[in-house]
Ligand binder design. Structure first.
Ligand code: URA
Ligand code: URA
Length: 196
């Protein structure tokens, strides 16, 4: 699908694919720039590529990504049509360790460009690393998830659990992480449907 954003995003992507601003460029197989479609209503920002993402050059394609697709699908969102997906950093950290401050700093220009070009009205911050890239707080994700925050370009941002965390917490009982995620994604759908 061709969109008004393609040209600007492609310029940034080309730059990002050749990036050597931090040492992750030495160990990566592929730069993982984005998945989904540029939609000015909805963007999701995850943490960092894992093994499968690094192999494929696409965000959220491993187990966590498959769960993410099912969660989005529960309220009728699909990556082919409704959502732009990226990560705080574009290259896989060795052994999937947390991104280092200098890696996040080096990569921020690409993330900022993605946000500024698409100017999404809703931004989902998926997991602790994404949340702390945008919200200056010591509070953990369990305190922040499901709440709306003011984001860049007058967007609304919501922290949500990371699907990897849900994979480690299988209960669907009321109050469990999976149950909370279900409440959160329904709230996202409700607000999305009110956008013009
Ligand atoms: N976890 C993330 O945060 N991002 C991915 O792309 C894959 C797993
Ligand atoms: N810890 C994380 O890093 N992410 C979650 O989503 C939940 C707990």
């Amino acid at each position: 699908m061709s969109t008004q954003y393609d040209e600007q995003l492609n310029t940034i992507k080309t730059k990002c694919l050749g990036c050597e601003k931090c040492s992750l460029c030495k160990s990566r197989t592929n730069v993982v720039f984005s998945a989904g479609v540029p939609n000015h209503k909805l963007m999701l920002i995850g943490e960092a590529p894992g093994y499968y993402e690094d192999q494929k050059g696409e965000p959220f394609v491993g187990k966590a990504g498959q769960l993410l697709d099912r969660i989005l699908g529960c309220v009728g969102f699909s990556r082919q049509r409704d959502i732009y997906i990226c990560n705080t950093i574009k290259c896989r950290p060795p052994e999937n360790r947390d991104p280092l401050p200098e890696e996040k700093a080096a990569c921020y220009e690409y993330l900022k460009a993605q946000v500024d070009i698409i100017q999404p009205r809703i931004i989902l911050l998926c997991g602790r690393v994404a949340v702390h890239s945008f919200i200056d707080t010591n509070l953990g994700i369990t305190k922040l998830r499901g709440k709306w925050f003011e984001g860049p370009n007058f967007s609304k941002m919501m922290p949500i659990f990371h699907p990897s965390y849900l994979l480690r917490n299988d209960s669907k009982e009321k109050g469990s992480p999976k149950w909370l995620m279900w409440q959160d994604i329904k709230e996202v759908r409700r607000v999305y449907d009110q956008l013009d």
